[in-house]
Write a protein that binds this ligand. Structure first.
Ligand SMILES: *Cc1c(COP(=O)(O)O)cnc(C)c1O
Length: 401
């Protein structure tokens, strides 16, 4: 097979199917009555969204743009979960009237619901609320996304959540029918999900809610053998939920993102040059840190190497710094210590590269890399061609005298 021009992303269907099956199995076995809303923001590649639709996934969207995208890709309102603090009034109404799920997050949405309740007195609306609770107190040993605590949803501790529930349930044709508890702890531990499920029970009991659904959000580990997987999370979540909820009455929602797409995706790059600068070896590659970690926060890049030639007669190097393709000094990915010297043509293949990468890429110096799908039979499908100036110049206007 002809070598593909690097850099590019590769999605292996076999591994993707593995994680899809693992997730469905865990939900089926532990709860039975479930819905999966794939987190579009994590990787909005149209091929992937379409593939997951065929696997009966709903789309979890957090913007008008994402809503428009999934609608164009064939999702009906019933197959959409609308989340996030920045909602669009028209999209909110369309999804509400079309039978999709809305997890409210902001103050203005409560006003909208009041307006819509009056506007459609003959309709009955069942809505969800995103819960903000103090995970640091529930799980003191956790690493939280932010020291100040999460900023999404309605705060439980200070009564804001209760007030929102009261306000919605006071409307004649509106009912709080769902709780959303997406967490963003960095530790992604099973205990956090257990604590959140327990919180759902506590809130439902305290405020006498009869829920259609509990939405546990995303934030799971996936694709890593050294970490918990869906089976561990949903066993614990469902153990807590079953204290109060009945699977016959209340369905469970999972909103996986990175956990679903990690194992299946690699980012493949080539060594272009080796530079020797005052005793240091810099390995110049055609991929960039901006392709893998646009936020430049990571220091660990799981990877493997494919050598272009025999390594038996290559010398060893004390230190080699793998550098990216941009002209920025910070574009250095990782250091290889006491190992075989790399040479032009070698490949550096980054593993678990599917989440928050291929669609969270800056159009900086180079544009979006190609994405290829490797089908279970080994054949390759071009899911996205590399962006060129054909795409970059779209809707740009220049002026000449
Ligand atoms: C980002 C997000 C997800 C997915 O999170 P992962 O960590 O990628 O699993 C799910 N639900 C909501 C509301 C989100 O904001």
């Amino acid at each position: 097979m002809k070598q593909l021009q690097t850099p590019f992303f590769r999605i292996r269907e076999k591994d993707l199917l593995y994680d899809i099956t693992l997730l469905k199995g865990a939900l089926q076995e532990n709860w039975g009555n479930y819905r999966i809303g794939y987190s579009i923001k994590t990787n909005s590649l149209p091929w992937l969204i379409t593939y997951l639709k065929e696997q009966d996934f709903c789309a979890e969207v957090v913007s008008k743009t994402e809503y428009d995208l999934v609608t164009r890709l064939g999702f009906s309102e019933k197959e959409i979960i609308y989340n996030g603090p920045i909602k669009d009034r028209k999209v909110f109404e369309d999804i509400l009237l079309g039978g999709g799920l809305i997890n409210m997050d902001s103050n203005y949405e409560l006003d909208w619901m009041e307006e819509l309740s009056a506007l459609y007195p003959n309709r009955r609306f069942r809505i969800g609320l995103r819960v903000n609770c103090d995970i640091a107190t529930l799980c003191p040993e956790e690493t939280l996304a932010s020291e100040e605590g999460g900023r999404f949803g309605y705060c439980y501790e200070n009564g804001v959540l209760q007030a929102a529930i009261r306000r919605m349930n006071a409307l004649p044709n509106v009912c709080v029918a769902g709780l959303h508890l997406h967490s963003s702890t960095q530790s992604r531990t099973v205990q956090v999900f257990g604590a959140l499920a327990k919180m759902a029970v506590k809130i439902a009991q305290e405020y006498h809610l009869s829920l259609d659904y509990v939405d546990m959000g995303g934030g799971y580990f996936g694709g890593r053998d050294d970490k918990p997987d869906y089976r561990d999370y949903f066993k614990e979540i469902c153990r807590e939920l079953s204290v109060y909820f009945d699977p016959q009455r209340t369905f469970l929602i999972a909103e996986p993102g990175v956990s679903l797409i990690s194992r299946a995706t690699t980012f493949e790059t080539s060594v272009i040059d080796i530079k020797d600068i005052r005793g240091r070896k810099f390995v110049v590659t055609d991929g960039s840190r901006t392709n893998l970690n646009p936020l430049v926060t990571r220091h660990v890049y799981p990877h493997h190497l494919e050598y272009a030639s025999h390594i038996s007669n290559r010398k060893r190097e004390h230190s080699q710094w793998i550098c990216g393709a941009t002209c920025m000094e910070y574009d250095r990915l990782f250091e290889i210590k006491e190992d075989v010297a790399l040479a032009p043509g070698d490949r550096i293949i980054y593993d678990t590269a599917g989440g928050y990468t291929m669609c969270l890429n800056p159009l900086f110096i180079n544009y979006l890399p190609a994405v290829y799908v490797e089908h279970t039979d080994g054949s390759l499908f071009t899911a996205r061609e590399a962006w060129t100036n054909d795409e970059y110049l779209q809707k740009n206007y220049t002026e000449t005298k």
